[in-house]
Design a protein around this ligand. Structure first.
Ligand code: NOJ
Length: 585
């Protein structure tokens, strides 16, 4: 399909570029005082790198910091002003770096502290800042803090983690189930107590009630700020405050347990901790923070990111969770419609309208690829990728591109569970089997939601292993790499990559896209996602056809406007072709 309509698309792109050329001088001339009120991180695009999968330079099959450094010009060409680097600190890699054993050193898998300093400096030369991923809810069970805490009840760190006595019968203190499956408690012989882990057993939760723990995590943040980090993405932050009540919850599964998320996420008092974090670390520095906040509702955003909020931006999950419903297993997804997706975006846009700022994202290292997630029936993945890219880059907020998204990556579907790497994929598979789903249903869930969908190596060209590594890649490269790769797409003006570059240039030079208000159009439509972006001086209307068929809309929505950019190259008022994405101005 890609080749069949490639020529038409190339012509279309010429038209689009011509339209863009018309716009750019006008937009550039629009420089107003508004721009100066904005922070650098509101005007830029953030790109998330999963370093393990980006570029290997030493042939061990794992990406490294030197490899990422080699591609800074590529990222600059996408208009990226900040790279969110998932954790590269010393780690046993049970959860690929989200189990930190030393916060102030680089894991040898990724290189050295010199490589990190070089990366920060070389990125700065290109006006790109490196944003570190801080994992502060838990450490690795190999961290020196935990080893000391677990050595007995009488040591300096004895109260640094969440320790509880067993129930009278010796069993775990309560029936909470960890996010990665099984009881959230692990028995420690040396203390005669259990410790709590929200995620894997090797990820014990820190005790934020202890002021020494809080000071220690502030020291970690300040260490990286002093190294020149441009800010932080802060992991799993909604779990740091535990409730006073540790009693059993109502079971939600055949195992008699209740998911810990329901018991501990976003507990009252959490914002006090986070205010203190802000005051002791980022306050007064020209950096940004984005919290990962599963469990915070869009309506609560103003408390978190408003003028007096604790972060600059917050990832809340209502739009990516739409397929999950209330189900506790990947094998029982909830049906959803386009209006559900639009309502999720509308709520977060509304909540950050006058106060705070929104990080727009459709993918990250924990999510399926967005084409499979949001357009699972799309007949043309290239058009689908362009449509979703348009949504990502034209919505109000700072766009976060996840590596490969700019190339139109899609999910993988390996036959056998043993081919997967991600621990949560195994946990979900086992849980589905325990809940009585068949092997086939369990694997369907894995194919749909496995985090490995996002983690396959970067596809740089059509050479062996997509030139990600000279060795054996830690996770197989997606079979589509001969077509979907940077070199091929960079040479094709009609590729997904070229589309992203065009959109990125458009956003950077458009006051309307950077600062304009957001108003949803046709909110009831199950076919079209549409919105208006508007400043006092200008207006754009973005129309996205989420179906494989032709659809129509009330042309009054674009009256007086001209088509600016379309993934078909031209546009007709009132009509949209399959998976058409069009911007009117
Ligand atoms: C969220 C991270 O994005 C995910 O990859 C990780 O497994 C958990 N937090 C635990 O740190």
């Amino acid at each position: 399909m890609r080749n069949a309509i490639g020529t038409k698309r190339a012509v279309g792109l010429l038209l689009a570029l011509a339209m863009l050329a018309l716009l750019l001088p006008a937009a550039g001339a629009e420089e107003t005082a508004v721009a100066t009120e904005h922070k650098w991180w509101q005007d830029t695009i953030v790109y998330q790198v999963y370093p393990q999968s980006y570029q290997d330079t030493d042939g061990n099959g794992y990406g490294d910091l030197k490899g990422l450094n080699e591609h800074l010009d590529y990222l600059a060409s996408l208009g990226v002003g900040a790279i969110w680097l998932t954790p590269v600190m010393v780690s046993p890699m049970v959860d690929n770096g989200y189990d930190v054993a030393d916060y102030t050193d680089i894991d040898p898998r990724y290189g050295t502290m010199e490589d990190m300093e070089q990366l920060i400096a070389d990125a700065a030369d290109r006006d790109i800042r490196i944003v570190m991923d801080l994992v502060l809810n838990h450490t690795s069970d190999q961290h020196a803090w935990f080893l000391e805490s677990a050595s007995g009840r009488d040591n300096d760190k004895s109260d640094w983690y969440i320790w509880r006595d067993p129930k009278p019968d010796g069993s775990a203190p309560n029936n909470w189930r960890a996010i990665f499956g099984g009881s959230a408690w692990v028995w420690c012989e040396a203390r005669g107590q259990y410790y709590l882990h929200t995620f894997a057993p090797q990820q014990p939760d820190l005790n934020w009630e202890n002021p020494e723990v809080r000071q220690a995590v502030y020291d970690v943040a300040n260490f990286w700020l002093d190294k020149g980090a441009g800010g932080f993405r802060i992991d799993a932050i909604t779990y740091i405050k535990k409730p006073a009540d540790f009693s059993d919850g109502e079971p939600d599964g055949a195992d008699g347990m209740v998911g810990i998320h329901a018991m501990t996420a976003n507990t009252e008092g959490i914002l006090d901790f986070l205010r203190e974090f802000k005051e002791n670390t980022v306050a007064g520095r020209d950096v940004f923070t984005v919290g990962e906040a599963n469990g915070v509702q869009a309506s609560e955003l103003p408390d978190w990111v408003g003028e007096n909020g604790v972060f600059d931006m917050l990832f809340e999950f209502s739009h990516v969770d739409i397929g999950n419903g209330t189900a506790h297993t990947w094998s029982d997804p909830a049906p959803w419609t386009l209006t559900d997706l639009k309502a999720a975006f509308a709520a977060s846009q509304q909540a950050t309208k006058d106060n705070g700022w929104y990080p727009v994202f459709l993918e990250n290292h924990d999510q399926p690829r967005s084409i499979n997630h949001f357009l699972p029936d799309a007949e043309d993945p290239v058009m689908a990728a362009k449509l979703l890219g348009t949504l990502l880059i034209t919505m109000r907020g700072t766009p976060f591109i996840f590596e490969g998204q700019e190339l139109g990556y899609t999910n993988v579907a390996w036959d056998d569970i043993s081919l997967y790497n991600d621990l949560n994929t195994y946990a979900q598979y086992l849980f589905a089997m325990e809940e009585g789903f068949t092997e086939e249903e369990a694997m369907e869930g894995v194919h749909r939601f496995s985090r490995d969908n996002a983690r396959t190596p970067m596809q740089w060209d059509d050479g062996e292993n997509a030139s990600f590594t000279d060795g054996t890649p830690w996770l197989p490269v997606n079979d589509n790499y001969t077509e979907v790769n940077v070199a091929t797409e960079a040479a094709d003006p009609d590729s997904v990559l070229s589309w992203y570059r065009t959109l990125s240039g458009l956003r950077a030079s458009s006051q309307v896209l950077l600062y304009g208000d957001y108003t949803e159009l046709f909110p009831e439509s199950e076919e079209i996602f549409a919105y208006r972006r508007q400043t006092e001086d200008g207006e754009m209307v973005i129309l996205l056809n989420f179906t494989n068929g032709a659809v129509s809309y009330d042309a009054a929505a674009v009256e007086g406007l001209e088509p600016l950019l379309s993934n078909y190259g031209d546009a007709e008022a009132g009509a949209l072709r399959p998976l058409e994405a069009v911007i009117w101005h």
